[in-house]
Design a protein around this ligand. Structure first.
Ligand code: UD1
Length: 345
C-alpha cells in the first residue's frame, strides 16, 4: 500500500504515542512503533490493531541503546521522520531518582539523533512540555516566555533536550529539522475507548486519579490545595484532549516533510483555556453522572499555581487548533475507565 511515508514513533505504545499512531495511520502515514514497555502495556498494541483493523509493527527495544536503534533503522529503511515520545514523566519520581531520568530522557534523545544522522533521517518531532516555563511571570505563556530554572529533574530533562536540539540546529552541517511540541496537560482517551491512559500503580496525574476514584479503585481524590491565588483557590491548567494532541503531531510531520519547517521550532500545544482542579472535578461529575468523593488537602510540592497556553503561534504557523473541550476529554476518560473494568470481568 502506498503511504505518505514511514514514521518511527518511539514510545508508540504509551498514552500519547498510541493516539498519535492512530492519527498518523488515518492521515495516510505508516507508523512503526519502538517501545520497551517499561511504562506501557502490550494491550495498547491490541487496542491500536482493533481501531485500525491492522497490526502496526512494533520493535521492542530500548531507545538509549544505539546498536538496537541502528538495527531498527537498518531493517526498516526509508524512514521519513521520527516522533520521539519515549521518556519518563513522573515529577516526584524524578526528584527521588534523578539519574534514571537523565539517563533515559536525555540518553535516548542523544542516541536517537546519532542514529538519525547516520541514516540521513532528518525530520524529528520532539515531545516537550509546558514544564519548561517553570512558574511563569506572565499568562498565558507564549513560546517567547522565558524558560525558567526547572523545578524538577524531569522538567530539567525537557529543557536539556530542547537545548541539545537547539545546539544541533545551530551546528555546522546538521540536516536534522526539529519541531518541539510543548504539551500542556493531556487528558481523555480515543472515542472508541480501545486505547487510553494506563497508569502503572497509583496515578500521579489528576484525571486518571479521578476516574479510578469514581470507579472505586481509589477511595478519594485529594485536591492539592485551595489556597492559591486563582479564582477558586485550586491550581489552573490547560487540559488538552489527547486526540487533539495526537493530531498536532500529524500536522508537525506534514510540515517537516513538506520542507516548511525551520531547523528548530517550538510550539505550545494546548487549548488556550485554563481550568481549575475544582472545575475539572465538577465537570467530571456532570459528564459522568457520578458523585466524586474528594477532600481538600495540602499543596503538592513543586506545583505551579497557574499555567495555560497562548496558542497564537500554533494556530498561525502550524494551522493547528483544538476541536475538543474539557467535557469531551473527561467523558472519554470515563468511558475508557468503564471499558477497562468491563474487560477485566
Ligand atoms: C506536570 C507538568 C507537565 C508534565 C506532567 C507529567 C507542569 C506545569 N506540568 O503536570 O509538564 O508533563 O506533570 O506528569 O509542571 N492534582 C490534584 N490531586 C491529584 C493529582 C493532581 O489536586 O491527585 C492537581 C495538581 O495539583 C495539579 C493538577 O491537578 O494542579 C494537574 O496535575 P497533574 O495531572 O499531575 O499534572 P501537572 O502537575 O500539571
Amino acid at each position: 500500500m502506498e503511504t505518505k511515508g514511514k514514521i518511527l514513533v518511539t514510545g508508540g505504545a504509551g498514552y500519547i504515542g498510541s493516539h498519535a499512531v492512530i492519527e498518523l495511520f488515518q492521515a495516510g502515514y505508516e507508523p512503526v512503533i519502538i517501545d520497551n514497555f517499561v511504562n506501557s502495556q502490550e494491550s495498547a498494541l491490541a487496542g491500536i490493531a482493533a481501531i485500525l483493523n491492522t497490526d502496526v509493527t512494533c520493535h521492542r527495544i530500548d531507545c538509549t541503546e544505539v546498536a538496537a536503534l541502528r538495527e531498527v533503522f537498518q531493517n526498516e529503511g526509508n524512514i521519513a521522520g521520527v516522533i520521539h515520545f519515549a521518556a519518563y514523566k513522573a515529577v516526584g519520581e524524578s526528584v527521588r531518582e534523578p539519574l534514571k531520568y537523565y539517563h533515559n530522557n536525555v540518553g535516548s534523545l542523544v542516541a536517537l539523533l546519532q542514529v538519525m544522522a547516520e541514516f540521513n533521517v532528518t525530520n524529528l518531532v520532539f515531545s516537550s512540555s509546558c514544564t519548561v516555563y517553570g512558574v511563569p511571570d506572565q499568562l498565558p505563556v507564549t513560546e517567547e516566555t522565558p524558560v525558567k530554572k526547572a523545578n524538577s529533574p524531569y522538567g530539567n530533562t525537557k529543557q536539556i533536550c530542547e537545548d541539545i536540539l537547539t545546539d544541533l540546529a545551530n551546528s555546522d552541517g546538521s540536516k536534522i529539522h526539529t519541531i518541539a511540541l510543548r504539551y500542556f496537560n493531556p487528558i481523555g482517551a480515543h472515542p472508541s475507548a480501545k486505547i487510553g491512559e494506563l497508569p502503572l500503580g497509583v496515578p500521579n496525574n489528576l484525571v486518571p486519579f479521578i476516574t479510578q476514584t469514581a470507579i472505586g479503585i481509589r477511595e478519594k481524590l485529594t485536591v492539592f490545595g485551595t489556597d492559591y491565588d486563582t479564582s477558586d483557590g485550586s491550581n489552573v491548567r490547560d487540559y488538552i484532549h489527547v486526540v487533539d494532541l495526537a493530531k498536532a503531531h500529524v500536522v508537525a510531520i506534514d510540515r517537516l516533510l513538506a520542507g516548511k519547517a525551520k531547523q528548530i521550532e517550538m510550539f505550545n500545544i494546548g487549548t488556550g483555556q485554563g481550568n481549575s482542579v475544582l472545575e475539572v472535578v465538577k465537570t467530571f461529575e456532570k459528564v459522568s453522572g457520578q458523585k466524586l468523593n474528594y477532600e481538600i488537602g495540602p499543596r503538592r510540592a513543586g506545583d505551579v499555581p497557574k499555567i495555560y497556553a497562548d496558542v497564537t503561534k500554533a494556530t498561525q504557523e502550524l494551522g493547528f487548533k483544538t476541536e475538543l473541550g474539557l467535557e469531551e476529554g473527561l467523558a472519554s476518560a470515563w468511558q475508557w475507565e468503564l471499558n477497562l473494568k468491563n474487560n477485566k470481568k
